[in-house]
Write a protein that binds this ligand. Sequence first.
Ligand code: PEP
Ligand code: MG
Length: 955
Amino acid sequence: MLTLTREDVRLGCRAADWRAALAQAAEELVRAGRVSAEYGEGLLAREAQSSTYLGNGIAIPHGTPESRCYVRSTGVRVLQFPEGVKWHDGSQVNLLVTIAAQSDEHLDILRQLTRVLDREGVAETLARATNPEDVLATLTHLPVSAKLDAETLCLGVPARDHLELAMAAASRLRHAGCVESSFVAAIAGQQPLPLGQGLWLVFAATGVKTPALALATPEKRFQDAAGDVVGVFCLAAHGDAHRVLLERLDGMLARGDGNTLDGLPAEQILSRLAGESARAETARVRLLNPHGLHARPARELVLVARQQTAQVYVRLLEGSGEAVSASSLTRILGLGARRGQTLVFSAEGEGAAQAVAAMVEAVRGGLGEPVTPLDERREREREEVTARVVETAPVVPPVADEPMTAVPAAPGVAIAPAYVLRLPEFRYAERAEDAARERERLGRALVGAQQQLEALVQRTVGGEVSKILSIHAEMLQDPDLRDAAHESIGEGASAEAGWWRAIDTAARAQESLADRLLAERAADLRDVGRRVLGLLCGVEMPTPPEQPYVLVADDVGPSDVARLDTAKVRGLVTARGGATSHSAILARALGIAAVAGAGERVLALTSGVELIVDGELGRVVAAPSPVRRQRTEKRIEEQEARQRAAHGRRHEEARTLDGHRVEVAANLGNTAHAADAVERGAEAIGLLRTEFVFMGHPQLPDLETQIAEYREAFDALGGRPLVARTLDVGGDKPLPYWPVGQEDNPFLGLRGIRLTLTRPEVLETQLRALLMAAGTRPLRIMFPMVKDIEEFRAGKAIFDRVQAEVKAADVQLGVMIEVPSCALLAPTLAKEADFFSIGTNDLTQYTLAIDRGHPQLSAQSDAIHPAVLRLIQLTVEAAHAEGRWVGVCGELGSDPQAVPVLVGLGVDELSVSSRRVPLVKARIRELSLAQAREMAALALRQPTSAAVREALEAF
Ligand code: PEP
Ligand code: MG
């Protein structure tokens, strides 16, 4: 959105020539802190490509894509030259609207300006304005949008007269949210006006929220007492904003196209109303230009249109915009067409077919720019995401002291100034003469990157972090990557270009496997790639401030998190990602308070603004009020005190005030961490994710290897129980040497027990290894992703056979409750399974139908949802009726608000990340069972997860 303030406007400027004017504009942007000084070169380079003169005395200088790296934040500076400046293309310029944009935001700015340009006398008004407000009023006078689209069409209504159609159209406007009931009442008292060609019009200005035009047509054209009826238009009038709708209606009638509407589908009706004649030749083409139809390609398009003998019109297929003259640069820019959108060209009369064909050809040819084909699936995803973001969440910077919700990703509360991380841009020559020299440069950079990574591995605490960094180091040594880069260098590429091509190709191949874990590997690859590029280009990676800070980033890469100095980073906020994203997992491992998926708004924050991050409630507050700040500081102090106290009692049992015991165990992915879990007070391993044991090996680990790994955990546990989940791969967890075919919905596909049952010998070996490693020590085995008793029995048959041979002394066989069907059928399962462990991560995903890692939706995927709680209640009741125990091993178990609810629901064991064990124990000790039951009952009565959290907070 172009939001100009009076500070953005400079009146009465003078310049000897256009270069001096441009230099002033650049200077203004620098002074405003929008760009660094180098951006001026980018402005000049852009003018060298073609003039940015728009018309009506206005030019819109902006940098080349290469100069975007000098933009600090998007903004505009307006300079008025009342005496005019002669531009290099001969035009007279009175107003420079200079744009600093980091991506394609300038298209929106352009679109808004072009609307202004069309107005009469605008050039003089702007040139003569004597106060900034007049300029602002002229530039930012945005037309109110008027609605006319598929939603306002009501076709094939079984009506008997035109009055019924009028009411149908009015009601449609009410349903579309454009008008209130009073509008419909006003229409009810009207006699429709005849427009001719079988069309009628009713209109009112009462109760109008958005100006709009609806059309209702009958099933079949008919005659009533008033005459011929093809359809009735209903206009919601507001100010003069509906004028454009009437003009379009008028245009259609003037062309005599009203008669042709009978029986047409919505798309064609809209095209008639958009100004496309029924007799027009039309042709469509996808726009492939990387930055959409910006000024340069638009100018090319206009030139082609002007060469045609027929007048050509163009509109966007998406939306319901008007067809505009393809010979008008401002009109074309006003479309704001982006890559991937479809342009519809139309022309009438002689030469029409050739004209639209020429336009299509020109667009396909790239309009003077190199274009690449669309990867339909990825572009669609990108478009959908963009559309959602654009339509439903315009990016507005966070408001001071207003809490924003996000996904709680790592517990803790922090308060510190924000440090907004922006990845550096690398500028390098694509080609180089001396291949030997380039290979040598690449070799040196690879060695440098390797040394950096090794130093980081040494510095990092936490197993997960160093594991990921070690993977990065391994990636660097991949001979395939190096060979691919050398090959490109041999073909004339520079070291930078060759290396990045190799990285990008490998990453794309990885991404195309359509699997989230593999997609994360692609992010790892790019992360490693950037490290090497940084060394090659001599670009410093962004350096964080010396003082403590909260890191704000789009979606930080694993090594960005690993680079964090935990002494300085108080918290982490990411715009994208969910609680299961790599960065969230790492933040948890490092003990940093974190929220994920906070939305793009957080990226609009300025570094240095104070931020509160609440990793427990999933909240971010920018520039908190002194009261909120004090409250938070107090909370942090209390939390630290609580942590110290909890740590001191970590080895004691967790009992409620009235003596009810709840076992607190740890979740592990790595058997080597079992000793650490015990040290932190874990009474058992409540979930061993054995797939990580498998993932740590290049091929299926054999019996001996598995026994050795499981034994390590048993040895560390000193007689405490180990709950091992059998191999849970598929879905978001691929195993490279056990490929699952391409699936449209991997989360609903071959995963968990379903997958292992396809290779029973693998399951058998794993069960044997577990039983043999246990010997006389307590072992609990559970199957993941079971949907009903049938799958449990299939797994149990294999278990029974192996156990009959091994005869381990203390074994139970259970089921993970992760699929709603299993919770609903818990009474049948409880008869045969020894225990249940509720995997709330998956249970929530399947209950709420939200992908657990979805970048936009996962914020709504809160496991404390009453529907999930009811399934937990059913599970516990069924288990206890048969004398079985129930654990919770999903993330909900470590949620401080959820702990009392789970205890109140009767859960016997909570298995949480090792770090959380002391705190979860402490939370249990604060409660009485009666109080916990009350809280559970309260939560179950709520309609939404937000209501649950509110009710619990108020308890
Ligand atoms: C769960 O789904 O809650 C669970 C514990 O398993 P995972 O997170 O490993 O899928
Ligand atoms: Mg699961």
